[in-house]
Design a protein around this ligand. Structure first.
Ligand SMILES: *Cc1c(COP(=O)(O)O)cnc(C)c1O
Length: 383
């Protein structure tokens, strides 16, 4: 994955830093866009996965819409060139200020997550003399079969409106003149590897689609969210996700009604592979049973392992000695500041360059200043 030239360019850099291969990003975007176009699907990129400007610009230029979960993300999306008609805004806790400013920008759609929020958006739209387009985010009660910390589509999760509240929604919609229901929205969770989960989702979407049709609603949009998983174990063999098979499931199992559009919100599968966290070995600490490899990057730069026990492949870019096992840890004063236990790596020394792979999604965006760490830098490769 890393050519000798790239590795020697790393030697000049102060570590840690995020490295983004914009060529690989472009290939990934092209693959996704082509597959989506073939089925007539529209994809919004979930900004929360990575909001670095060069990455957002590439995604906007490739013809994707934007899926935002805060007012600042909406502003950022518009600022880098996504057009308002391609922006959707989700989130369980949108503040009045965030809703008002998104209304002012005339975004495409609010994905509404509670009955109470419907009334608030109606009131705020009325103040601006506008009609807000909304989709109801329905909790489909479909098990994403992913890590419990990144499951969102079960009744026990905080997201979306539960099925028994849909009648209340209809009551509110009937008495609210400043909101217009244009669609239904779903998102079952993240890092979903089993495509059968999406088949189950489709079958649920069909039920709700019929439910609304039976009550006289002409829905324009079926938004099925994101969640498509990537291969963290074999980043080079499977650098680009099989978008074709993913979209195929929806093409096969979703029953669109006349004129209905199908929208997606992909984050991870578009940006995870193109990013790596590059670090140096600070110290090797040999124990009785364990060897610790202490890096100059920690949970402050990449929190996923500490936050949800996520796996990232770790590679030594500058040693090919015989294999030893290390617990690979960061410098932060927390026991969960660990990137992996018993990781098989070539015998390593102070100063070796280490790559933590598939870190482009939910990596840099979650960086923190804890321990008063330096803000993490980003380096881009353009071809
Ligand atoms: C996070 C999120 C996404 C993107 O999820 P990925 O797993 O990164 O594809 C899509 N929709 C909503 C509502 C989200 O919160």
């Amino acid at each position: 994955m890393f050519s000798p030239q790239v590795i020697s360019s790393f030697e000049q850099q102060e570590t840690p830093f995020y490295y983004y291969d914009l060529g690989l990003l472009q290939q990934t975007l092209n693959a996704c866009k082509q597959a989506a176009d073939r089925f007539g699907f529209k994809v919004h990129y979930a900004l929360k996965a990575n909001f670095n400007e060069p990455i957002l610009e590439a995604i906007a230029n490739a013809g994707f819409g934007a899926d935002c979960v805060s007012g600042n993300e909406v502003a950022k999306a518009l600022g880098v060139g996504f057009s308002a008609k391609d922006v959707v805004f989700a989130g369980v806790g949108k503040s009045d200020r965030e809703i008002s400013s998104a209304l002012k920008q005339d975004i495409f759609c609010f994905n509404v997550e509670s009955v109470e929020e419907l009334g608030i958006i109606n009131d705020l739209a009325q103040k601006q003399n506008k009609i807000a387009r909304i989709a109801i985010r329905i909790n489909p009660n479909v098990d994403a079969k992913t890590h419990q910390y990144i499951t969102t589509g079960l009744e026990e999760n905080k997201f979306g409106i539960n099925t028994w509240e849909l009648n209340d929604c209809i009551q509110v919609l009937k008495s609210s003149e400043n909101i217009q229901l244009i669609g239904i929205h779903f998102h079952v969770g993240s890092q979903v590897k089993d495509l059968d989960v999406f088949k189950s989702l489709c079958l649920r979407v069909n039920e709700f689609n019929n439910w609304f049709a039976a009550r006289g609603f002409n829905l324009q949009v079926l938004n099925v969210g994101g969640g498509l998983g990537v291969d963290y174990y074999q980043p080079d063999q499977h650098a680009i996700v099989d978008f074709e098979s993913y979209f195929q499931v929806f093409d096969q199992f979703l029953e669109k009604k006349r004129g209905q559009e199908v929208h997606f919100e992909l984050g991870r599968s578009l940006v995870a592979s193109c990013g790596s966290l590059i670090s140096r070995v600070l110290y090797i600490k040999k124990g009785l049973k364990k060897n610790f490899m202490i890096l100059d990057a920690g949970m402050t730069e990449l929190m996923r392992p500490a936050l949800y026990q996520a796996y990232h492949r770790i590679e030594n870019l500058t040693s090919n000695s015989s294999i030893v096992k290390y617990d690979v840890v960061g410098p932060i004063c927390e026991s969960t500041d660990s990137f992996g236990k018993e990781v098989e790596l070539p015998e390593s020394n102070r100063g070796d360059l280490i790559a933590i792979r598939t870190a482009g999604a939910y990596g840099e965006v979650m960086a923190s200043r804890y321990n008063l760490r330096e803000p993490v830098r980003a380096v881009y490769k353009n071809d």
